[in-house]
Design a protein around this ligand. Structure first.
Ligand code: AKG
Ligand code: FE2
Length: 317
């Protein structure tokens, strides 16, 4: 493992389905050594991102009962209030207290729940003008970016993107989360986190954040490197599923959020994952497999049922 002291910046301006060898090499280095990068030149309109943050602030400012009416459902869509999510599956021993954040989670917008497709269904929308259209537009644009980055990631891992994109990502599982972190007491306990140390479980995370700061990335030696906002960029990181698909070549790196700024912090992670039917396995071209195949839907069911009451109560869905 290579020790690092900063998060690399990668400019993907003009990224097409056939990225340059130089870009693939940059991606391989960043995600093979750090697991995190700032992606610039991504083509998402910055005004669109600003509108999503404004809508998030409007949502979080709603009265508690209106938010609670959208409480997380068995399709993992809805409102997650503060002090209700602890990272119980975290491999990080220090996690004992619930995350100091509230969020609205939106997945793919299906017209109805299909009992044969885990986590299918419609979202729960707040009664705010234009909110649904804005979020669906952002999801569509971010899915397109996710697909382009996934292609780059698969190439960087040394595999052929065509079968992966076709079989895994024709109908991806997407998670759009509007996170709000109230300030935590600067004199409070050391193990009270906005987001406790964790690895992302999926493939790619594309994070937009405000200028407050607080995201930190763990190095192999156990140091924490700040990942503040760089204007016009997304912080993009690899999760556990892409780590397995790459046969360990791309790293899923622990990270956390501590908001001791004294101010409200908002962030918007977008998680880009395969369809639940997809089997996660080391891709051909990545060497002798170090991991057994697992079905993504089965894996998710285990994670969500262990971590969230909304799933414990609804195991049949
Ligand atoms: O809010 C952030 O900056 C990071 C959030 C995060 O790590 C996550 O939602 O997985
Ligand atoms: Fe994360």
């Amino acid at each position: 493992m290579t020790e690092f002291s900063e998060i690399p910046v990668i400019d993907i301006t003009g990224l097409t389905d056939v990225p340059s060898d130089d870009l693939v090499a940059q991606f391989r280095k960043a995600y093979g050594e750090t697991g995190f990068g700032y992606i610039t030149g991504h083509g998402i309109d910055l005004a669109l991102i600003d509108s999503v943050f404004a809508a998030s602030a409007a949502f979080h400012a709603l009265p508690a009962d209106q938010k609670q009416a959208l409480a997380l459902d068995s399709g993992h869509r809805g409102y997650i209030a503060i002090n209700t999510s602890t990272d119980v599956n975290s491999a990080h021993a220090e996690v004992t207290k619930p995350n100091q954040s509230a969020s609205l989670m939106m997945l793919r917008e299906d017209t109805a729940h299909d009992p044969d497709v885990y986590l299918s269904g419609p979202n729960q929308w707040p009664d705010l003008d234009g909110f649904r259209d804005l979020m669906l537009r952002y999801k569509t644009e971010m899915s397109d970016l996710g697909r382009r980055l996934m292609r780059l990631a698969v190439l960087a891992a040394g595999a052929d993107p065509e079968p992966v994109l076709r079989d895994g990502f024709a109908t991806p599982t997407t998670w759009l989360r509007l996170l709000h972190y109230p300030p935590t007491d600067p004199l409070g306990p050391d193990d009270l986190f906005g987001s406790a140390p964790h690895n992302d479980f999926g493939c790619l995370t594309l994070l937009a954040q405000d200028g407050i700061g607080g995201l930190q990335v763990k190095t192999p030696a156990g140091n924490w490197v700040d990942a503040p906002k760089i204007d016009g960029s997304f912080v993009v990181n690899v999760g556990d599923m892409l780590h397995r698909m790459s046969n360990g070549r791309l790293l899923s790196t622990p990270h956390r959020v501590i908001n001791r700024s004294g101010r409200e912090r908002y962030s918007v992670p977008f998680f880009f994952d395969p369809h639940v039917s997809y089997d996660i396995a080391p891709m051909p071209g990545t060497g002798t497999p170090n991991y057994a195949p697992i079905n993504f839907g089965d894996f998710l069911r285990g994670e969500l049922e262990a971590g969230y009451d909304a799933h414990k109560d609804a195991k049949s869905v």
